[in-house]
Each structure stands twice: as structure tokens, then as C-alpha cells.
Design a protein around this ligand. Sequence first.
Ligand code: FPP
Length: 261
Amino acid sequence: MAEKLKQASSRGSGNADRQPAAAGLPLPRHIAIIMDGNGRWAVSRGKGRTAGHRAGIESVKAVLRAALDLGLPELTLYAFSTENWKRPRTEVSFLMRLLRSYLAAQRAKMIRDGVRLGVLGDVAGLPAPVRQELDRTLEATAGGRRLLVNLALNYGSREEIARAARLAAADVAAGRLAPDAITAEELERRLYTAGHPDPDLVIRTAGEMRMSNFLLWQSSYAEFWVTPVLWPDFRREHLEEALADFGRRQRRFGGLPDSDE
Ligand code: FPP
């Protein structure tokens, strides 16, 4: 088992060697969450969809609290995809306002808790007031050392990979990179997640079994955990359930179980 834990953590900084006190199981170094089901949660209560997004903020807070308590080093939340612009304008505006007010209201607490904010996605495509609030929070929390929380905003994997290819092509055109030097590592260095460990665990709420253009490259070897629980109902116990399941998975990264070597 110890050998497997080492294997699971060999691609990054080694945090996966840490053990959650209660279960004695390996912790993921990076958890990514597809927060789905806000609309269904609201509609099932006879409310407008935006009420579900508002309620989803409570789940975000609960998950951050739990991540801090459990000593998880990195969390990525899929908050707004490149496809989400297709939603009604009122819903998009509501989500943007919610994001701004969340950042403004939580900034001081993030600093106190040692949380550092990160952003993945095409930030330039977000409304200026959101960018301002993001910039303030990125700067104010830059010293956070306990937990890195990345918000995937205006994020889409296909665009991220195409952008990495464009950046590499520009380097080739400028004579900084040979075409046959474009390796997976070179492309990784040009993804929004450059320098981050790949997610070990991807959680999706509300039961859908799809990736929805989220961290497609980075999740190549991630463990996937889907729950029927709608995002606004997601709490610490569900995260702990996912972690317990993750701890029991045998990760082989395309190799063989140790016993078969
Ligand atoms: C998916 O539910 C959820 C979203 C597209 C937005 C997620 C946003 C939040 C939880 C609030 C803002 C987040 C932060 C981090 C401040 P859906 O609307 O697709 O639900 P449905 O599939 O039931 O319609």
C-alpha cells in the first residue's frame, strides 16, 4: 500500500503521502469539482434557477471549510464554463454578480484562513467589475499557504488546449522552439494549470456522467466520483464520502498492480 501511495504522489510535491487522521487513507493533492444541479435544486422547490446558484455558495463555503480542516492542499471549482454564456442573459449576469459579491465578502476570511485564490480560464473575457474583484482577491490572498482554491471561470478545456497549441506555434515561429520539441510537457507548460499537480479526484454532483469540457487533459488519470446529491445540498459529509472512496481506489496510471509486477 505504501508503495502505491508513493506511486500516486510521484508526479507532484508529495502531499498525497499525508494521511487523513480519521480514515488513515491517502488524500488527493488536488480535487476538482463540477458543481452541478443548482437549477434542479431551485426548480424542485418552486424557485427560480438563480436561487439554486445562491444556495450553491453555501456549499462552496462548506467545502472550503472542510478542505482546510482536512488539510487538502488544492481545490478547483468549475464556476463558469465557456459554454455557460449560452444561458439567458439574466442568469449570466446573476452569476457574475454572485461571484463578485462572494469574493468581496469572503476576501478577509480567505486571508485569515490562509487560502490563496487562483483562476483558470480566459479572464480577459469576463466583465470588468468581475476582473477587478478577482484581481483584488488574487493579490490580497497571494500569501495564502494552507489551501489553493482555483476558480475555473470562462474556462473550457478545448479552448485551453488550442491556446496552448497557439502559444507553442508562436514560439516555433519565433525560433524559440523546434517543432519536434513540442512534447506533452511543452504543451502542459502552456495550459492554465502550468505548475499545478493534475487533479487526483474529480467530483461531479447531480448525477451526470460527463466531463463537460473540464480539465480534459489534466484529468487523464484522475479518479472520477459522481454523486446524485445536487450542489446546493453538498456538504462536508459528501466530500468525506468521496475521499473515503478515493482512498480505496487502486491507481495504476496505465501500469500493473504491484502484485502483478
Ligand atoms: C451548474 O448548475 C452550476 C453552475 C453553472 C454555476 C456554479 C456556480 C456556483 C455554485 C455559484 C458561484 C460559485 C462560486 C465559486 C462563487 P446548473 O445551473 O447547470 O444546474 P442544473 O443542471 O440543475 O440546471
